[in-house]
Design a protein. Sequence first.
Lengths: 348, 352
Amino acid sequence: MSAPTVTGAPVKDPERKRDNGSGWFTVDGRMLALLGVLVAICVVGYVTRPDAFLTQSNISTMLRLAAAIGVVSVGMTFVIIGGGIDLSVGSIVALCSVWMTTLATQSYGPGVMILCAVAVGAGCGLVNGLLIAYGRMVPFIATLAMYVSARGLAERISNGQTQVVRETGFTTPLRGSLLGVPVLIWIFAAVVLIGWIVLQRTTFGRRTLAVGGNPEAARLAGIDVRRHTALLYVIAGVCCGIAAILVVARTTSGASTNGQLYELDAIAAVVIGGTLLAGGRGSLVGTLIGVLIFTVVGNVFTLNNLETDIQNIAKGAIIVVAVLFQSLRVRRTRAASGRPAGVPTPAA
Amino acid sequence: MTLSVGRRGFLLGGAALGAGAVLTACTSNTPENESTGNGANVQQGGGDNAQPGKAVTIGFSAPAADHGWIAAISRNAQAQAGEFSDVTLKATEGTNDVNQQIAQVETLINDKPDALVILPFDGKALTEVGKQAMAAGIPVVNLDRVFDSPLAYRTWIGGDNYGMGVSAGNYIAAQMKAKGVSSPVIGEVAGIDSLPLTQQRSQGFKDALAANGFSVGPRVAAEFTVESGERQTANLLQSASKLDALWNHDDDQGIGVLAAIDAAGRSEFLMVGGAGSRNAMDLIKADSGVLKATVLYSPSMASSAIALARLIAQAKGMGDLVEREVPASITTFSAVVTKDNVDDYLSIGFQS
């Protein structure tokens, strides 16, 4: 599960991963701490409900529930590493879910429904990206505008009603299983894997880190910063489109109320996953663990029949504990290796 | 380099335009071959009251139609007003912004209608403007969410949240006894826990079950949305490997609840819904899944509110009652809709 936290400016050195001399994977203190939190919550779940927690159906339920917010968080990780923020993800999920489930879209069949969701997501992301990169709007404001208007459009199109999917060509395969694992989880895994490869192994990923770390330096290094920034929002939008497909498959319907508070959940997962809000450093694996932490907490609370208010208090506490714990670990590791705390690790 | 980017950009732009054209065609929601009807509930009054009287203007204000129930409220009000040849309805655009709704009601007051029907987004916040209308001599029919002061309305009509819970609890208890289940596991999928209406529903449910010697087992709170209903129910089903009954407070979120039950492949229990959507009633009628009943909290109350406002404005009483005036308070009854009586209720099922 552990993987390197990617840092710093673009480098071409393929040997970068060996910088700590700990072999194939750099075992990062940050990531260990985060994994520790996840394991601790799982232990609580197992101890309090040994009969229900570690069953195959419960694990598959948790992963299925994590899928949509997980996919959104992948996109969010890219945007935040690139030095931005996207507050509109939840609204875009709502708009995509509504647009792909109108009677007209459904009449074209499952292929068009899926295409529609992705296209609408990409379109919204492109608008965000153009406003931010070329219109020079602050990401917070541009995506806030999208946050409001995308949900408004979703309400307009759906007329405030829940659109049930009657197209079984869509629901049957997507709600089914492949090799014993729900299709939704396969899609989730594929998106995380592709995201990880793009971020870790491609020039695009290196450039994302560079743009987020120091846009001016990135520009001087010959990166088209504006185009790259715009593309990051398109990625986030596409992820929202995919998440909408997952939500529609899960709930068998599209509604303008879908994706509520996704932006906060995704940002929380990304941040406790160790991605710097200022950009320039981050980890997709951290984000994944962050998403899992929140999903497992929700599950453990329900298994123990605890109320939602306590659950929210616990979520807040977990964010604080996870981040504190990480910075402590990092400070200790840094002290041991002679690096000052708080200074981004230079790439080897 | 620049050239190739330009060409690529051009192609991408063209593709985006094409996709846009296809997508625009996709926003249509007009059914092709089915006439679903809007599920609007209208009823001509009986007896003398059905005869056209003095022509009256009724102002109407409600929150934004952001979910099925509120959308049905506005549709019903419009449709009921259309049934009366002597009623002109002035409806404002629905809003969830309290200040905007206050401004809208103030505008309505300035128009001097003969009566007002107001479903406030927040009863407390709109109390003052209700008083203002009453002070200006315009009778206010307060719909569902109650104002803080009786000075703010002439008549209140609304649903019975506590009664909904009681109806659901009694129905489930009766079913359990009929099946001879001695200590049943009864689950509950509530709405937003911080809302008084959810607390009242849950209290009624708990009290009714307790009166029958049963208690609420696993309980989760969703957010009245399909997605939260699915998420919470998926977890709840993991918590209880065997259920005997499940009450879901709201048929809107019920679509998600049913999706979760379907995904988990569970069918050993009976489920009761809440509110009375058309979708839920169709499922009850088909009797093919776990959903066996729903307890009403029907938006048809908006139609009744318009009828009441008309009677008040025309200074008439309610036909069958001896009172010469419309009563000050009317609570609708939360009936249990089952397979046996669903045909009587299909017409008031709302599109969720």
